[in-house]
Write a protein that binds this ligand. Structure first.
Ligand code: NAG
Ligand code: NAG
Ligand code: NAG
Ligand code: NAG
Ligand code: NAG
Ligand code: NAG
Ligand code: NAG
Ligand code: NAG
Ligand code: NAG
Length: 475
């Protein structure tokens, strides 16, 4: 407890005592710090010599607490020999790992598989005589410090020499001990039959037709002989792999368009390093109109369609069998394309009149073939009502200004005039009704006044009222 306190708020401040105890409480409940170490929510720090630490420090705690550990620092632990498969796995938020001046002689290939945030590893002054590249392969490290380890000169550590050649500014005291027990600097290490592998794909342009099969070959070189693998994790088509000593074949069957533009990668790997070669799969197929429907009114009128095809099909519209020349009033537009080579679009029509009714045909064409589809389009009509019925008179007025096709002027004028008339007629009927009602109300009021006047002066008030009241009803 005493040592742990140093990691929390300074005890000099009187006020934070309560806070401190709460903090300790939470911390103790969440995790237990190994005896040889000091712990804070973000760090584990073990450097007391002779603490007798024989294994990697394991914090007992829930996952959220362990995720907050970003740094582990271990020093002077002579009996700590290994970082095993699951020693570091729980610290998923770990960024800096230092194990120095200790007895480390083994790092498991799986050790850092869950520590993808690791970017600084310092394993200086340990007892490593060999170290595989594999534990570090998937990490994006800014530092890997391996100074002062008694490495044996061998192909196994050739990758460290290569790494050093790549990062010359990152000078470390790297050496190895050769068969004659001589210490030589790593950059001078020469090992025969020990080199980086290469991978070569048989094709650089993989264009196939949907539904077809294709076989890809990957040739590799390298001593030690590299393992070949294919990364087909994004490929949906059925795959079959055959591996020989220096090459591997990948068969793709019944290739689907879902694999269009996907990368296929061949990886050659030996202990020295790896090489890979990739090719983009291009899946071609003839055009197909998968959807086409009656016009809908959105911003403009739209005859919606979906076309698929790769390469992208050329689209041509026909109206009543004749080529439809696109203009600023009728034009074809693709609104959306997706990664399955599907194109969603519209034949857009700017305020079409009924003279635009008719057969619309879409022809989609690419080098592999063509496909067409026809619909019959009705514009401006209530569904199921005769052609003369007008949906929205406003459209026709708008039409006159927008459609400039000469020979249809007559039709439009006709419609516009019939259009305006009922509108005005309706208005005047309304006026008549209003005036009539007003007149009736006025008459009623006058009669009421008369009745009141007469009623007050007449000796036959009730009779008079009845009499006068009846007059407007009869008249
Ligand atoms: C872990 O970090 C998060 C975010 O920084 C914080 O909210 C949480 O309290 C921390 N947990 C512990 C145990 O410190
Ligand atoms: C972690 O390592 C980086 C890189 O060397 C360093 O800049 C940073 O200060 C280290 N973080 C901690 C908490 O020690
Ligand atoms: C590695 O850690 C040791 C011990 O903390 C330190 O002396 C050394 O500077 C570190 N090396 C690098 C390159 O950070
Ligand atoms: C890989 O391809 C290159 C260029 O085509 C060629 O020079 C090289 O020999 C090939 N390597 C293998 C292993 O096939
Ligand atoms: C790939 O092959 C296809 C068909 O053989 C051809 O049309 C295309 O131009 C080629 N592309 C490249 C980049 O060579
Ligand atoms: C190829 O795949 C399609 C669907 O992607 C399937 O309908 C067809 O039956 C398959 N053909 C063969 C020969 O497996
Ligand atoms: C296509 O895009 C969707 C998301 O838009 C994505 O989920 C899917 O993986 C993509 N497919 C291909 C073959 O790229
Ligand atoms: C190659 O594959 C074998 C068997 O799967 C495996 O034991 C070996 O470690 C692999 N070598 C490399 C360098 O990945
Ligand atoms: C479309 O334009 C072409 C030439 O640009 C013309 O020959 C053809 O008659 C036009 N079609 C229609 C329906 O106007």
């Amino acid at each position: 407890m005493g040592s742990r306190r140093r990691w929390h708020r300074g005890p000099r401040a009187a006020r934070p005592w309560g806070f401190c105890w709460l903090f300790f409480g939470l911390f103790l409940r969440g995790s237990a710090c190994p005896a040889a170490c000091k712990c804070s929510p973000a760090r584990i720090w073990c450097k007391e010599p002779g603490a007798g630490m024989t294994a990697f420090p394991v914090l007992l705690g829930n996952r959220a607490d362990l995720e907050n550990i970003t740094e582990i620092y271990i020093a002077n632990q002579r009996e700590l020999a290994a970082i095993n498969d699951n020693d570091v796995a729980m610290y998923t938020g770990l960024k800096n790992l230092t194990v120095v001046d200790s007895g480390l002689n083994f790092v498991s290939v799986q050790a850092f598989r869950k520590n993808i945030k690791l970017h600084y590893i310092n394993l200086s002054r340990n007892k490593l005589s060999s170290l595989s590249k594999k534990p570090f392969r998937h990490l994006n490290l800014s530092h890997l410090i391996l100074s002062d380890n008694p490495f044996q000169c061998s192909c196994e550590i050739m990758w460290i020499k290569i790494l050093q050649d790549f990062l010359p500014e990152d000078t470390q005291d790297l050496y190895c001990i050769n068969d004659n027990k001589m210490k030589i600097t790593l950059s001078d290490m020469q090992i025969t039959n020990c080199g980086l592998p290469t991978a070569n794909l048989s094709t650089t342009n993989l264009t196939v037709l949907e539904g077809n099969d294709v076989t890809l070959y990957c040739d590799t070189t390298g001593i030690p002989t590299p393992n070949v693998s294919w990364d087909t994790s994004y490929i949906v088509s059925k795959t079959l792999i055959e591996t020989n000593i220096h090459s591997a074949a990948l068969m793709l069957e019944n290739i689907t368009v879902l694999d269009n533009k996907r990368l296929i990668t061949c990886v050659a790997e030996n202990m020295v390093g790896e090489d890979q070669a990739s090719v983009e799969l291009v899946v071609h197929f003839p055009p197909q109109i998968t959807y086409m429907d009656d016009p809908v009114l959105d911003h403009h009128w739209c005859i919606p369609f979906t076309v698929r095809g790769n390469p992208m099909p050329k689209l041509q519209w026909y109206y009543e069998g004749a080529i439809l020349n696109e203009s600023e009033y009728i034009w074809s537009k693709i609104h959306e394309r997706n990664n399955r080579s599907e194109y969603h679009g519209c034949l857009q029509l700017d305020s079409p009149t009924h003279i635009y009714n008719g057969r619309y045909t879409l022809l989609a064409e690419n080098i592999y073939g063509s496909h067409n589809h026809t619909i019959f389009a009705h514009f401006m009509l209530f569904p199921g009502v005769g052609e003369e019925t007008i949906t929205d008179p406003g459209f026709y007025e708008y039409d006159i200004t927008s459609i400039k096709n000469g020979d249809t002027t007559d039709n439009r004028t006709e419609i516009t005039s019939t259009d305006v008339f009922p509108e005005g007629n309706e208005d005047s009927v309304t006026v008549y009704v209003v005036v009539g009602i007003a007149a009736l109300v006025c008459t009623g009021l006058v009669i009421m006044l008369l009745i009141l006047k007469f009623g007050r002066h007449s000796k036959f008030g009730i009779k008079g009222y009845v009499l006068f009241h009846k007059i407007p009803l009869d008249g």
